[in-house]
Design a protein around this ligand. Structure first.
Ligand code: ADP
Length: 177
């Protein structure tokens, strides 16, 4: 059975899922927006694992478009998957990197055996990606990944912080069937 794509409006740190995706930055050492909220509510164990990743595999930071998992600390999830979205650019098309964030996060989730995965709208905050375009890219990337591996996941949930983001994802989902 193909996994369902669902939408909810709310705070991703209040969600229950096997894996919650963090819109991190490449330092993996915390930031604002989703990142700040995840570390605040998830507690210090997440940051401790991020620091260990920086000291081992990711000495220069996590590259844009890639994903890596840590504990979810006190969050109601088994894992947090950190991914680094591209900063939006008017002069350079970085869509492939944004799609990669979704694809790589789902790959990491599947490797961990996670069946339900919740995503925020990556790159649409501090990184300024226009919502409608980000929503189209996100929905397409997730649909393609699910089509390629239909039995791996049960649910992919987009958790949209406000009404505008929810509407953009609703429209993208409707437009892409
Ligand atoms: P980025 O740096 O990738 O742009 P941000 O965290 O700044 O990431 O924002 C990404 C999106 O997540 C924005 O649409 C923002 O409104 C939204 N957002 C911020 N806090 C939360 C939260 N706690 N839960 C879900 N979405 C959030």
């Amino acid at each position: 059975m193909t996994a369902r794509i669902t939408l909810v409006q709310g705070d991703i740190t209040r969600q229950r899922a096997d894996a919650l995706v963090n819109a991190a930055n490449s330092s993996l050492l915390g930031g604002g927006g989703v990142d700040g909220a995840i570390h605040r509510r998830g507690g210090p164990d997440i940051l401790a694992e991020c620091r260990a990743l920086r000291a081992s595999h990711y000495g220069k930071g996590l590259p844009t478009g890639q994903a890596v998992a840590t504990t979810a600390g006190r969050l109601d999830a088994d894992h947090v998957i950190h991914t680094v979205g591209p900063v939006w650019s008017a002069t350079e098309d970085r869509s492939a990197l944004l799609a990669s964030c979704y694809r790589e996060s789902l790959r990491v989730a599947a490797d961990l055996g996670a069946r339900t995965v919740a995503f925020p709208a990556i790159s649409t905050g501090v990184y300024r990606w226009p919502l409608d375009d980000a929503a189209r890219i996100a929905v397409r990337a997730v649909r393609d990944a699910l089509a390629a591996a239909p039995d791996l996941l049960a649910e992919v949930r987009f958790v949209l912080f406000d009404e505008a983001a929810y509407a953009a994802f609703e429209e993208a989902l409707a437009a892409q069937g």
